[in-house]
Design a protein around this ligand. Sequence first.
Ligand SMILES: Nc1ncnc2c1ncn2[C@@H]1O[C@H](COP(=O)(O)OP(=O)(O)OP(=O)(O)O)[C@@H](O)[C@H]1O
Ligand SMILES: [Mg+2]
Ligand SMILES: [Zn+2]
Length: 501
Amino acid sequence: MHITLYRKYRPSTFEEVAGETDIIKTIKNSLKENKMAHAYLFTGPRGVGKTTTARLIAKGLNCMENGVTDTPCNKCENCIDISKNKFIDLIEIDAASNRGIDEIRSLKDKINYQPAKGRKKVYIIDEVHMLTKEAFNALLKTLEEPPAHVIFILATTEPDKILETIISRCQRYDFKPVNQKESMDHILMIAKSEGVEIDEPSLKLIYEKSGGSMRDAISIFEKLISSCYGEEITLGKTEKILGVIPEKKLAEFLEIISKNDLVNGINFLDNLWNDSINVEDFLKSFAYYLKELMIEKKSPFNIMKTIAIIEDIFEVMGKFRYEEDKRILGYVILHKITEFKENVGVIHESSVQEKIVEKIVEKIVYVEKEVSDKSSEEAAETPKIVEKTVDISIEDVRTNWNDIVNESKRRKMPLISFLSTATPTKIEDGILHIGFYAENRFHKESMEKPYYNDIFLGVLKDKFGGIVIVKYDLLNEKNKVVEGKSDFVERVVDFFDGELI
Ligand SMILES: Nc1ncnc2c1ncn2[C@@H]1O[C@H](COP(=O)(O)OP(=O)(O)OP(=O)(O)O)[C@@H](O)[C@H]1O
Ligand SMILES: [Mg+2]
Ligand SMILES: [Zn+2]
């Protein structure tokens, strides 16, 4: 019978569990001293060992050979039955499919019976957050005073959905995604035991694709095995099978842009297209590639420029989301990147992390302050103080809107695409508000860039004979202004999150 690798390699001892060291250590201690709690709550992402650990506890409590133990024998009938998942005193309830009160009621009915073959009945309730409210309440009563021969292990991927009253009755352990080394070591162990050769870059790639889930890492590895027909698994094959952009291509593109070589850049993008590599996927991978290089201090650009490139990539991708020929997207990005003026100096000494934080903080401050400060400074400060803001009505703007957009386009082409989705909404306290719907937030953010904003303000100034102060808003479906930080900044922060904490 074909069994999937992740089942075959479900850890049968605590020592085989990868990562989660502190949790495993504490649980082992409690078993050794026979001081287990009567209820546990395991939280954490999918495939990191929650159910595995719960079953190991069942073994530790019921091993016939070693007594209550942190080193179950794996040879006695109980250990073997638990490994095969057919131990009568281990009851697993999947709350995702048994959401109802009935299951919990029947659990309550049977709970008072002594274990049939072991010392303790172990109830594992998986995805416990899926229980209905009534079922939750019934469970709560049981958790309050379970019989001494019973232990509950509740597991969930969404702890926020669990009632505080339940949480407070359990000993809680938060499982973490496995890290790169843990994942790589574990897969290598499986590879050795399966007699499969795999190179280190492939192991890294598996980890990246798994997002820290060990189950996913094993499944990906299995897919590679079956596609490589017994041959060694190498990076080239792995990239192909997983549909990952070859690192060689990323490096090549990096070299091109670091030389500011627009022409070769365009050829390169055309070739991608011809190799049927999705340009959008490529650019996204390129952004991640740059991020990695920056963190490893291997980027040929300073940090400011590296981040600016990443920013440009995401910005343009958003803006041209509906463009069918994605090469255009590539061209625009290429153009933006290669015209970038290097921000020399200051960067290299201090740590990368610090600079990333600085840059993000700078960005947030920039976006938050930009509109108010910039326009008022512009209106109030130094030479421009002689120029007065004009007194216009929203009607004036609306009647002239087409002219304004056309003139903006004449002065700078991209303005047409940004402004085509914009609506002048109101004038309030002398400030002209221009609204964008959420799906066009990149247009809004583009307009907020000093470069485009200045051109646009210039057009308004010429049209109305004086300074117009502008604020760009995001609108919801009801045309109401949405308050809050720029989405882009949030995404930049998200993007760097792993490195920030
Ligand atoms: N920490 C780990 N060490 C070794 N193998 C693991 C680990 N976590 C998961 N696995 C592998 O993944 C499989 C699934 O793990 P498990 O059922 O314990 O995940 P889970 O955390 O309960 O996930 P889910 O939330 O999806 O139920 C196991 O059979 C095992 O092969
Ligand atoms: Mg599970
Ligand atoms: Zn045993």
